[in-house]
Design a protein around this ligand. Structure first.
Ligand SMILES: *Cc1c(COP(=O)(O)O)cnc(C)c1O
Length: 369
């Protein structure tokens, strides 16, 4: 039997390439606080992502949390529960109230037809999630936000490098937040970034990621510490050199999964979206037990018995987390609930061999009773 397959595997440059990149740090002794690597990665990412401004942070969560703080919001924020803990936590940790909008059954992003009915006079912002790299209905969200004067902050953690209608995905909404965590398409070990146009917002965010310090003798914001350090930035500079090659390899893996699992009764795959240049971040599959002949949990167990780590991602929904003490009514987001009980994201990384994809698919298809 071949080695175990994990759900993902971090992209890394050659050891020598990274060592070469961090050598100057031994000469300068400048390890963090917006040093040369931080500045260089920032410039390169602005270009690669096709955005006006970007700031780099310790991780994607702080990107979301400090963005909401920098916008100085109050009241209710409309979001979806079909996401990673981070999205909802960032809202609640800012003293804001999440209001959960349901998702589309096909691409798992916010159902914009249900959005307007959730807006009240306390609503201040919308935080939609580009789940698995599926781009939200940004045109409708933009129109509704403008009509009601709401801020739009995209959780773009899954959409690194994607292009929608010829524009970098980070250029939509007021702000887009990326994650560069080790498990993401592009990583800086841990890291995150905020893309924006408004320079005043940028100055506020910059201050908040550095304790709210305005000057040597003035601290006028209750900030955090969320500065990306030089070693993480150096990792990003190296990984960015190879990103196009990585994306090409991912594309081939995804194509093989599609060939094997498309048109199988009871398996629903993520759609190929029109006008989107995908980054092939995740490969989710929804299993309808009746039609397929096995439940998601059964498929997951059989894969695990074979040393293959698929992930129930996103399950459970954030609006059912025990830390929220039953505060939210999950019956208000029935599609999210339905999908979260049936979805499994399959192993996907650039070096996953097509033979391994075949083996994974063989095992999945053998689950049918
Ligand atoms: C990874 C992720 C985050 C958080 O990013 P970190 O860098 O891990 O803090 C937020 N939202 C979504 C949807 C994510 O997948």
């Amino acid at each position: 039997m071949s080695d175990n397959i994990l759900v993902t595997r971090s992209s890394m440059p050659e050891f020598e390439e990274y060592v070469e990149e961090i050598k100057p740090l031994w000469e300068s002794h400048w390890l963090t606080n917006m040093g040369v690597k931080h500045q260089e990665l920032q410039r390169e990412l602005e270009r690669y992502l096709g955005v006006e401004h970007i700031d780099l942070l310790t991780n994607g969560h702080m990107a979301l949390e400090l963005t909401l703080q920098a916008l100085n919001l109050q009241g209710e924020v409309i979001t979806t529960p079909f996401t990673f803990a981070s999205t909802t936590h960032a809202i609640v940790r800012n003293g804001l109230e999440p209001v959960f909008c349901d998702i589309n059954p096909d691409d798992f992003t916010m159902d914009v037809d249900k959005l307007e009915a959730l807006i009240t006079d306390r609503t201040c912002a919308i935080v939609p999630v580009h789940v698995y790299g599926n781009v939200c209905n940004v045109d409708a969200i933009d129109r509704i936000a403008k009509k009601y004067g709401l801020k739009v902050i995209y959780d773009a953690a899954h959409t690194f490098g994607e292009i929608y209608k010829g524009k970098g995905i980070g250029s939509f909404g007021d702000v887009s937040c990326f994650s560069f965590h080790a498990t993401k398409v592009f990583n800086t070990i841990e890291g995150g970034a905020v893309c924006f146009r408004d320079e005043a917002f940028g100055r506020e965010l910059y201050r908040l990621k550095n304790f709210g310090i305005r000057g040597p003798e003035e601290v006028d914001g209750i900030g955090a510490n969320a500065k990306m350090n030089e070693f993480c930035a150096a990792m990003g500079i190296c990984n960015l050199r190879h990103i196009d090659k990585e994306l090409n390899k991912r594309e081939k893996v995804v194509a093989q999964y599609r060939r094997r699992l498309e048109n199988i009764e009871g398996i629903q795959l993520s759609p190929v979206q029109k006008d989107v240049e995908s980054n092939y971040a995740y490969f989710p599959a929804v299993f309808e037990e009746k039609e397929f002949g096995a439940s998601r949990n059964e498929v997951s167990d059989v894969l695990a018995e074979n040393g293959i780590g698929a992930r129930k991602y996103f399950y459970p929904l954030t609006n059912t987390f025990s830390c929220f003490h039953g505060k939210y009514n999950v019956d208000l987001t029935p599609i999210s609930l339905h999908i979260s009980k049936r979805i499994l994201t399959l192993p996907l990384y650039s070096d996953l061999s097509l033979e391994d994809v075949d083996r994974i698919c063989d095992i999945i298809l053998s689950c049918r009773k």
